[in-house]
Write a protein that binds this ligand. Sequence first.
Ligand code: BG6
Length: 307
Amino acid sequence: MTSVSSSISTQLEQCSFTHLHQVDELTVLSIKHPIFQANIALQGAQLLSFQPIDQQPWIWLSPEAEYKQGQSLRGGIPICWPWFGVANKNPQDLAQQIQPDPNSASSHGFARAIDWDLMDIQESAHNVVLTLQLSYSPETLKVWPFEFKLRCTFTLGRTLKVDLETENQSQSTMKISQALHTYFPCKAIDNVRIHNTASKTITDALNGWSTTTQAGNQGFSGEVDRIYHTGGPFRLETGLQPLTLQSQNSHTSVIWNPWITKSKGLSQFADHRYQEMFCVETANVLDDCKTLQPNETTHLSLAITPA
Ligand code: BG6
């Protein structure tokens, strides 16, 4: 099991709702609060589930998810950092920061596949606020030659809030792309509508990365992998609890569903799972990447509420 500091162990002993447990190779924070239940893996600071009492889950986690060290679980909210997607599809000055070569770099950066430290837990009758932190290490410096500190704060209650703070602790300018890659559940993918997407500018990864305008509100009748040049808010009509996804400091959002053919090649994902999920990812990508001077910080945040 991942070790936690003695001060956090003491804090955990006094918690009423929050407990650590081991699932296969990963350490997971399990929160059972009177108004919701949630799970967060320390690896990747990945929120795995969130379910208000008497409601269906707001977040989708693959039934085939594997709790293994060094690989992100399929579902929840993976944190893509310090680059989003395929490294060399990022702006060139960002990709060139990646060592030894962006062409051999893993997709969506490294933050989702390594253990974060649990720093703080605050429990009340209304919510639970958890803070996890990731600092640079000899391993991260080999790939990403910058000193940095990441802090992710989850505020869980009647709403689900995630705030990711990046601090550039190096002496150099650091450029990042990033995303809170939220997987949402749906009753039937054909009936999903993402409102407030009509007439927005999109860059379509499946159409040569061309930039066009979306006609009607986004639905799914085939594979979708596109970047909206807006941070929302979006109203998600899913056949389950309708939700609103709001962002702060994001001007790009990725909408994704792998559909039939891509599903067959996806890890931790049975062939038919594309029918029950879709992603709306709160991002800073393309021209919305963030350039941080030494000691500068930036925040990327989302809030999910009932619509
Ligand atoms: C999305 C990308 O954000 O993540 C897709 O736009 C990608 O292109 C998907 O396939 C899943 O990525 P991964 O690395 O978690 O399988």
